[in-house]
Write a protein that binds this ligand. Structure first.
Ligand code: ADP
Length: 380
């Protein structure tokens, strides 16, 4: 047998093996037929898979759009068309041309650039949308677009209710506060018992005013009525200013406020008032929950693409069971202690919502009995 014949014989035998036939009982014609059938079956299988995939994309709940590494649209389902402007025949076009909606293009570009999942809430006409984009291994990205209008409406209704109630209750409390302050301004006209009672009225009216103000602020932030535009700022002078502001309160309890900052600028994208409020709340808590003569540390550093600011104290710390709940409004680990130190139970809820509204992330770690460290990661 020549080498060529040997090759053909080997191919024939391999074909029979693939088809599960005995080479001694199979003719070449039968083998060709069999292989052609197998090819058709494989093609049908592929077609069915493709149809399944197309059906899955088309009927998946919400919008799905997939782009290649060149930002050309590979897949786009009807869920996208339902909530965003889409040109006719968008497949194969650049995303910015096929779906002219800037937040979608931005969030997908960012996911591809950073190689990590990106989430953005935005408004498109009458829809409140939540877009989540994920980079794919081959360089493209996929985005899921959820219509969260009904959830947002419920949140707005709750927020409106809380603002209205807070506003209505704040007015009579302001009047009580006015009277108590006027009476307390003339302590000589009052006997000792009346003075004590008036001081309690004044203290509690002040506390109520603070609670209503913070509830109103929370509702405003949640409803995103305030424009939370971000600026690129070196955080070091802001942290120094904040430490100076709180040094007097710390001195009263002989608490040492230590600031550790690098020599180079720490530029992050922040909302200036929100930053002051976030860090102010964390430093206030660190001082509030610290023992007299304790130490409170404020540190900042670069960590990957974020600037991390940490506030560390030597207070009672927070048990892991409570750590995820302390950011809920009115959640306190120890109600009595919180009240004694003048807490409203809303400070960390405000911190969480301000972080959410400005692209920052807050976290806590603690070794109970040995203090707590709150950290905020700001975008750059
Ligand atoms: P509050 O006004 O009660 O301090 P916050 O919302 O600021 O309310 O904090 C919620 C709860 O989290 C507090 O009541 C307290 O139990 C706990 N907490 C916050 N910061 C600290 C801290 N630095 N050390 C220990 N516990 C803390």
């Amino acid at each position: 047998m020549s080498a060529r014949d040997e090759g053909l014989q080997a191919a024939f035998e391999r074909g029979c093996l693939v088809m599960g036939k005995d080479p001694n009982e199979t003719s070449l014609e039968e083998l060709i037929h069999g292989l052609s059938d197998a090819k058709q079956r494989a093609q049908r299988h592929l077609d069915r898979n493709e149809r399944l995939q197309a059906n899955f994309f088309e009927h998946a709940p919400g919008g799905l759009v997939m782009v290649g590494s060149d930002m050309r649209i590979h897949v786009l389902n009807s869920g996208v068309r339902a909530v965003l402007p889409v040109v006719p025949n968008p497949i194969g076009r650049q995303l910015s041309g096929g779906v002219p909606f800037k937040p979608l293009v931005e969030v997908i570009s960012l996911a591809m650039e950073r190689g990590e999942r990106q989430t953005r809430e935005c408004v498109a006409g009458r829809f409140d949308l939540l877009i989540r984009a994920e980079a794919l291994e081959d360089g493209g990205a996929i985005a899921v677009i959820a219509d969260v209008s009904s959830i947002q409406q419920a949140a707005r209704a709750r927020s409106d209710f809380v603002s209205n109630v807070s506003h209505e209750l704040r007015t009579p409390v302001t009047s009580i506060l006015g009277y108590s302050e006027t009476l307390l301004a003339r302590p000589d006209d009052l006997d000792a018992d009346t003075l004590l009672m008036l001081e309690a009225i004044d203290r509690n009216a002040n506390r109520l005013t603070r609670i209503f103000d913070e509830l109103l602020d929370l509702a405003r932030i949640e409803a995103r009525l305030q424009e939370m535009a971000l600026d690129e700022v070196d955080l070091r002078p802001m942290i120094q200013d904040l430490a100076r502001t709180w040094s007097e309160t710390a001195d009263l309890r002989r608490i040492e406020l230590m600031v550790e900052l690098p020599d180079h600028p720490l530029v992050a994208r922040i909302h200036i008032q929100a930053f002051d409020r976030i860090l102010g709340n964390l430093v206030a808590n660190a001082i509030k929950y610290s023992p007299n003569k304790g130490k409170v540390g404020i540190r900042a550093r670069m960590a990957g693409s974020r600037v991390v600011v940490e506030v560390e104290d030597q207070g009672p710390g927070i048990d892991p069971a409570h750590q995820s709940r302390i950011f809920e409004r009115f959640y306190r680990v120890d109600k009595g202690r919180s009240r004694d130190v003048g807490g409203t139970g809303l400070g960390l809820a405000l911190v969480k919502h301000l972080c959410l509204a400005t692209g920052a992330k807050v976290g806590v770690r603690s070794n109970p009995g040995h203090g707590a460290t709150f950290s905020i990661r700001f975008p750059t």
